[in-house]
Design a protein around this ligand. Sequence first.
Ligand code: ZN
Ligand code: ZN
Length: 243
Amino acid sequence: MNSIFDLLYPPRCPVCDGVRFFNEPVCCPPCREKLRFIDGPACMCCGRPLQSADTEYCYDCAKRKRSYERGISLGVYEGALKDSVLRFKFSGREEYAAFYAACLAERYRKQLHRFRPDVILPVPMHKRKERKRGYNQAASLARELSGLIGIPTDESILLRTRYTSPQKELNDVARLQNLLKAFAVEEEALSAWKKDHPFQRVILVDDIYTTGSTMEACASLLRRAGAEAVMPVTVAVAGGYMQ
Ligand SMILES: [Zn+2]
Ligand SMILES: [Zn+2]
């Protein structure tokens, strides 16, 4: 054991949630086998796997205007990865962020650097919700990824200003309209950032990519605020329509 902290909060495997010792790999080798990561043609926009390399975009991205590009994701939101992400989000397993970030960096280091990012921003959570949960899992992931690929992260530029309930009953257009009002770029924080750093190319981090509405709302606000390109990076992507 490294410290009393490890005794109190031992690291856990992101797949079986079993306790791991400090000298063991964080994910049990048999559990690692259960994670099926995307390993083939993927949508050039959101990173969702495609059945054929003949198409560039998934059904969803092909039919909509997107303010982001070159998205990457670890795997499809199903099976062992889905269970893991649900604990990451709802059961206090903030620590899984380190494992997901390590996998993203290992698999996509080249793509991440080729994008020439200036900053990593997490999809923000409403402060009230974050206080209740204790953390914003997207921000935890952004911090871990930042440390691994050496790109700074910021949590004050993009904010969630309104608390919105899940909007499953709304159609895409209504959902996007709602979300555009729920997020905001904090002008003062952005000006402060721009004094010392460029703000042209943004990596936008979230846990799950489902319809793309959240990503689109955030990315379009960032583009309006001057960013020239936004790249979505997520842990899991909902299968949705595949081609
Ligand atoms: Zn395990
Ligand atoms: Zn797509």
